[in-house]
Design a protein around this ligand. Structure first.
Ligand code: 13P
Ligand code: SF4
Length: 302
């Protein structure tokens, strides 16, 4: 705290001067999440907040595809990323050329892109989805076959809940794919009465043995509503820290899988970002226009 405090103070002052807001994903570290963020949430919530915000400047506490999504939805705003190297193994697993090849191979089959993709990929697909609305989006398309990309585990987890045949790309989240059912069973054995809540980017066998699966916001909601005595959040490590800080009466059992990309965002880099107004995130207007259609269609489905 003594180390964080001067940064927190300087960032909060500069935010007002610049008419800026900080959007922080649920995986940001507690000093960002609790001390400087104006809005926190999952990918869908952050996308909507970016569009609704009246600030002139958005500082994205999250990875690059999230900053791009903010820019796509708010082209008139200055969107800053504190570290332009903050990537994502899912977004890196597929290119726009890959999507065009899929389109040629499966003509007429609708393509759904998880928001964890580049603007170029979003521009090529029919609609986007997040982990909180994926099933709804797939079923809204009125097709008996749908291509879902790039996360094969999210695709498998959606396929298990619908009659629609899902064709999946082979990407995976490097954080969630590391969890195993054996590891979770061992935690259950050591911690009687443990409630296990998983993110749908986890392998199918992990979701199958969990008590609930949902987006990061849905996981937080589950803890708030059900107040389990002991809970294990099968997701990125900082989320349990953030939720535990505002939850009493629940013990958090913590396996710790960090996302190295999310962890590139730090208080000193956020301060630099506001001080020097860098790195500005830009998206080619032609690409942004087409990507916006895919993201807006998702938002319109609800
Ligand atoms: P959500 O917050 O939408 O569940 O996404 C999780 C994630 O891994 C984002 O990178
Ligand atoms: Fe990408 Fe996984 Fe990190 Fe989220 S947690 S940014 S999906 S690598």
């Amino acid at each position: 705290w003594p180390f964080h405090a001067p940064y927190v103070k300087a960032i909060n002052e500069l935010k007002r001067e610049r008419n800026a807001v900080i959007l922080a994903h649920n995986y940001q570290t507690p000093e960002i999440f609790h001390c400087v963020a104006d809005y926190v949430g999952d990918s869908l919530q952050l996308a909507k907040l970016a569009a609704a915000s009246e600030a002139e400047v958005i500082v994205q506490g999250g990875v690059h595809f999230m900053a791009e999504t903010s820019k796509i939805l708010s082209p008139e705003k200055i969107v800053l990323t504190p570290d332009s190297e903050a990537g994502c193994s899912l977004a890196a697993s597929i290119t726009a050329a890959d999507v065009r090849a899929l389109r040629a191979e499966y003509p007429g089959v609708p393509i759904v892109a998880y928001v964890n993709t580049s603007a170029e990929v979003k521009a090529e697909v029919d609609i986007c989805c997040t982990s909180s609305n994926a099933l709804k989006i797939v079923e809204s398309l009125g097709s008996d076959r749908v291509i879902m990309l790039p996360d094969r585990y999210l695709a498998e987890n959606v396929a298990a809940q619908t009659k629609v045949k899902i064709l999946a790309w082979h990407g995976a989240c490097e954080v969630h794919e590391r969890f195993t059912p054996q590891e979770l069973e061992a935690y259950r054995a050591d911690h009687p009465g443990l409630t296990i809540i998983a993110h749908p980017e986890c392998p199918r066998e992990v979701v199958e043995i969990s008590d609930f699966a949902g987006s990061t916001a849905a996981m937080i909601d589950y803890v708030r509503r059900n107040k389990p005595a002991r809970v294990l959040l099968v997701t990125e490590c900082s989320m349990a820290d953030n939720v535990a800080a505002e939850t009493s009466g629940t013990e958090f059992v913590r396996p710790c899988n960090f996302c190295p990309h999310m962890k590139r965002i730090t208080l000193p880099k956020i301060l630099d970002s506001l001080l020097y107004m860098r790195e500005e995130v830009t998206v080619d207007p032609m690409i942004a226009e087409r990507a916006r259609r895919s993201v807006q269609r998702m938002i319109d489905v609800g």
